[in-house]
Design a protein around this ligand. Sequence first.
Ligand SMILES: Nc1ncnc2c1ncn2[C@@H]1O[C@H](COP(=O)(O)OP(=O)(O)O)[C@@H](O)[C@H]1O
Ligand SMILES: N[C@@H](CCC(=O)OP(=O)(O)O)C(=O)O
Length: 276
Amino acid sequence: MENIRERLKYCTRIVVKVGTSTLTYDTGKLNLQRIERLVRVLSDFKNQGKDVILVTSGAISVGAAKLGPLHPPTSIAEKQAMAAIGQGILMHVYGKIFGEYGQTTAQVLLTKDIVDNLHTRKNACNTLNTLLSMNVIPVVNENDTVATEEIEFGDNDTLSAIVAALVDASLLILLSDIDGLYTCDPHRHDGAVLIPEVYDIDVHIESIADDKGTERGTGGMRTKIMAAKIAGGYGIPMAIINGNEPHNIYELIEGKDIGTVFIPDKNGKKESNAIC
Ligand SMILES: Nc1ncnc2c1ncn2[C@@H]1O[C@H](COP(=O)(O)OP(=O)(O)O)[C@@H](O)[C@H]1O
Ligand SMILES: N[C@@H](CCC(=O)OP(=O)(O)O)C(=O)O
């Protein structure tokens, strides 16, 4: 069987999703050391001629931390307000650090209704692809300030898979607080074993992915499996690797045995921009 990991080095358009627990400390504030390392790796990929799209979480956490511990969000409106505060801080930090490596970033905020509607989906698609043609790094998040239940993705794992489809990416990487998909949640069970490759997301795989993640993450493994299904449907491989050391992305791309790689169904659509 062809080694999918060997092929990862040829991926030219990469979507990287980073979650709140990877981006922030327990204080809710940004882990600048880690962000700097991540930005350096992604900028290096740009210098190699690859297209890079960053899907970032963290707006609510960073906004709440800015207001201080006396203001924990208690309602949806407060979370939305905190996202409005935090999103600006996130973009300022990304803009500054990517700028130090000569890269230009652009903020793209999406909600589910935008992607569900043919007309607005086409607009999102055109904007993302035009930014990439301009050599810009789109920095994507859910538009939390307006997202309520009916129009939200609810988690950035799913959002990142949709974004990967919108730009016809060759690889989606989820940076998690764990090394990949295990036979059961290692935080709750002993004897969990890492699964290096998944060829078929069947009921067994779905049953081992728990939705209870860490306190600061959303969705646990279940939303990551949903993301792998969406990406796989468009012929896009997805990897889950530990984001504690952004250098891990190099190892993955070099074909090293790291994380879990979901191999897409050969019958996946894989028409160019099939979703648009
Ligand atoms: N089968 C599984 N394998 C690995 N982790 C799992 C599994 N089931 C549930 N999890 C949980 O999912 C968590 C990762 O998801 P999450 O908390 O949403 O954080 P993030 O989005 O930052 O990766 C892990 O820390 C782990 O506790
Ligand atoms: N859009 C939200 C994060 C949603 C989300 O999926 O968070 P995470 O599980 O940390 O990737 C924010 O920026 O705070």
